[in-house]
Every structure is written in C-alpha cells, then in structure tokens.
Design a protein around this ligand. Structure first.
Ligand code: ATP
Ligand code: MN
Length: 436
C-alpha cells in the first residue's frame, strides 16, 4: 500500500546502506519506522543528517515489518525535509526528561511521549463528557467568561477592566471579573430547559501553589431541574464512570504508558472505578473518622471546619480505598445557594473525593425556597437587589434543582496518574507563571 506520512523525527539510526527513521505525527503513541536506503537522491546530503525534531514528508510503501516491536514499517520512496532542528540546541534529546524540565519548555513538550499521550487522553475526555450529556438529553449552554456576579468570587475573582476605565464609569456598568463558576447562569437555563451543562474555562486567583490548583482551569457544570441530592449524586457517579470507561476503550495504548512510567496499576484503578460502587458517607461520619486519628494531620479537624486536602485524601486513600461521596456539610462552611436541610444546620452538599487527588467534584441541591434563600443571602452579606434575577428564579416557577462542578484537569489527572495538575493542561497558569 502506498502512503504519505507527515511528522517529526524522533530518532535516526544508520546501518550500512540504510537509515531507520522513527517518525511521530501526534496521532498515537507509537512511532512509524521508516526505512530509507542509500539510493534515495538526498540520502547523503539530507537523510543521514536528520535528527530529533526535524519535520519530514515521507512517501513510500507500507509493508509488514519483519522485525519485532512493530507490525508495519514504511519503505521510503521520497523523504522531503520540511524543517531542520539543530541537534546542538534542540532541547528534546533521546533520553527521558523530567516533567519539571518539560514544564519549562511548554511549547515543545507536546512532542514527547508523555505529554502527547496526556493531550490525546484530555481530548478524548472532552468528547466523552459531551457524549455523556448528549445521550442523557442535556442541552449545553455557553455561560459567560466575563461576569458582574461576584458573589461567588470570595476574593478569588480576577478583575476585568477596559483601557482607561474610570472607577465611577466601569465599562460594563458595574465592576466585572473573570468567572469563577458558570453555576448561577446555568441555573437560569436549567429553569427553562430542564437539564443543562456548561463546560468552559474558569478562573480563580488562588494564591496556593498546590499540585491541584490552577489560576485558569476548565470546569464541567451540569445543572438539573426536578433533581434532588441523590439524583445529583447519581449523575456525577454515572458521568465519572462513563468517561473513564470511554478512555479505557479508546486510549488504552496511552494509558499503558502512564501505567508503566507514571502510576503503577493505573489501568486496574480505572477499571475498579467503573465496576465498583462509590462509598457514601455524611460529613458528620467523616469527621468522626478523622478525629479518631487527629494526630496524623497538620490541620485541626472538628465538626464545623472545612475538610483539608490531607483529610480528604486520608478518607479516600487510607480508609475506603475508593471514591468517597461526602454529603451534608455544615451550612456555615458552604455557599448561600446550597439547600438548607431540615436540621437547620447542614446543607444538601456533596463532594466526591478520589484517591491521589482529593476533591474532584463539588456540588449540591440548590435552595429553591425564596424565603430561605433570601435569608441566607442576607446572612452572607449579598445584595438581594443586585441578585434580583437569581431570586426571580424562585419567584416564578421555582423547582427543586441540583448541580455540581467537576474540575476537568483533576479528571485528566486522575485518568493519567499525573501527580501535578500543570502536566494536564497545555499552558498552565499559576502564580508567577503563564507560558506562551
Ligand atoms: P478545593 O477545595 O480543592 O480548592 P473548591 O472547593 O474550591 O476545591 P469548587 O468551588 O467546589 O472547588 O469547584 C468545583 C471543582 O472545580 C472542584 O471539585 C475541583 O475539581 C475544581 N477546582 C476548583 N478549584 C480549582 C483550581 N484552582 N484548579 C483546578 N481545579 C479546581
Ligand atoms: Mn478552592
């Protein structure tokens, strides 16, 4: 079969009157082996000068490979060099580079096996997320990136202003910022369309330099009318299982690479997530587990405090060794829109914690009662005039509804085993760093 391939050289090896070129075009992990023999017109001048990073267009005959390690190889008829890469300065050499080193060259790192594989798995997860919601008849809504609703921001909202903007005459009529969540706007659409989701970039001026926080990340936020906390848990569980099954079905070669070099046992971990039930406990039960071993932790834990990452990871990694759904958090540590329980102390919140990461999903049933919501907003110091539109949703045809946010990069981390979130987004934005 005659084929043409276009890609970048990974390695060249010469034996007698042949050169073996390993070419990768990004479509999959495996390289294609090209056999170029000395009868090719540019053999001496060009082919034997090729090195890692050079781009080529190769035409020839695809044939069964006699050698082990590959099914097919390409016997070249022409090798056209598109661009050279000086081996004296090209940073990607044949040896394995550390992920930290690669972070410093984010414009070249997708050319490596590991980052290429992350890129494909991430793209596949995007497809899987959209197909999950499509199959369940959700409507996708594109919620705004620039927003004037800062009640959610809690000091984490980046400000947006126009050049020369005066404080008393803001461009958008009132102070604006980059969205920290599309939830409030998604709620608007849920109360017209039934089940909606938004999947887009989200921004938080997190000054915490952790392995699970970015200043710019992507979030999947479904919002469902006629849905309570247990329905919410069901959707989140089904979504996680569906998308992880999808990458097992479609990205096994890339997952095998991660299993070998990044997280031993990754594939089995993902299969277990798909096959086994998640554990469900209340916040109160979680706090009991944690206080029993309080001296293990850096941060103090008692009923009424928010769980820290170390607490979350202890529950999911040491106690249950599987995903854990924690529900019914104290109202005082959760936002005003979460539905107040009959006990008057807790809200219908749910977080999903997974091994290696901690919180991957945060959600709740929303407060649908006008009087309770108004009271909660006032307690939180939120201007109820300004959020009249949000209260209108409770004035006109209110319904029980629920939703959650799934951090997309944390999902990609979980699926690839990457311990640092900076590895799973193309150009990570963190305090002090925004490459390219
Ligand atoms: P955390 O306690 O880990 O900071 P959070 O409680 O601030 O999370 P939510 O506001 O509930 O998180 O956001 C929903 C989801 O978005 C989280 O479960 C997580 O998966 C993801 N997420 C939140 N903040 C970030 C961030 N800075 N970078 C990447 N993902 C994030
Ligand atoms: Mn946070």
């Amino acid at each position: 079969m005659e084929v043409t391939v276009k890609g970048w050289i990974r390695t060249r090896r010469d034996t007698g009157s042949f050169s073996f070129l390993e070419v990768n075009d990004g479509s999959c992990l495996a390289n294609l082996q090209i056999i170029a023999d000395e009868t090719l017109v540019n053999y001496n001048e060009e082919i034997t000068q090729l090195s890692a990073g050079c781009s080529v267009v190769v035409s020839g005959i695809l044939q069964k490979s006699p050698a082990k390690g590959q099914d097919v190889e390409l016997l070249a008829q022409t090798v056209a060099v598109q661009g050279w890469a000086d081996p004296a300065t090209y940073p990607l050499q044949k040896k394995r580079h550390s992920l930290e080193f690669l972070r410093g060259i984010s414009h070249l790192r997708p050319r490596t096996n590991a980052l290429g594989a992350v890129t494909r798995v991430r793209a596949r997860l995007t497809v899987a997320v959209n197909s999950f919601f499509q199959k369940q008849d959700f409507i996708q809504v594109h919620t705004p990136i620039i927003t004037t609703s800062d009640c959610e921001g809690a000091g984490e909202m980046f400000q947006v202003s126009a050049p020369g903007e005066k404080d008393d005459k803001p461009f958008f009529g009132s102070p604006a910022g980059l969205t920290v969540s599309g939830q409030l706007q998604a709620e608007v659409y849920a109360q017209a369309m039934g089940q909606v989701y938004t999947f887009g970039p989200t921004f938080r001026a997190e000054n915490s330099n952790t392995s699970r926080h970015l200043a710019e990340f992507w979030m999947i936020e479904p919002e469902m009318s006629f849905c309570d906390l247990s329905c919410n848990i069901q959707v989140a569980t089904d979504l996680l299982k569906f998308v992880l099954q999808d990458v097992l079905d479609n990205c096994i070669e890339d997952l095998a690479l991660f299993d070998k070099f990044i997280e031993k046992g990754l594939i089995q971990k993902l299969r277990d997530i798909v096959d086994k039930d998640f554990v469900h406990i209340t916040y109160t039960a979680a706090v009991e587990e944690l206080t029993a071993v309080a001296d293990r932790f850096e941060y103090h834990v008692e009923w009424g405090v928010d769980l820290q990452s170390e607490h979350e990871r202890y529950l999911t990694e040491d106690v249950y060794k599987c995903p854990v759904i924690v529900t019914n958090y104290p109202a005082t540590i959760k936002p005003f829109y979460m539905r107040l329980s009959d006990d008057g102390e807790t809200v219908a919140a749910m977080d999903i914690l997974v091994p290696g990461i901690g919180e991957i999903v945060g959600g709740s049933q929303r407060e649908e009662r006008l009087d309770v919501l108004t009271k909660r907003m006032k307690e939180a110091g939120i201007d109820t005039e300004e959020y009249g539109w949000y209260l209108d949703l409770r004035r006109y045809g209110t319904v029980p509804h629920a939703g959650f946010g799934l951090g997309f990069e944390r999902l990609v981390q979980f699926a690839t085993g990457m311990s640092n979130i900076r590895e799973v987004i193309a150009f990570p934005r963190t305090p002090g760093s925004a490459p390219c």
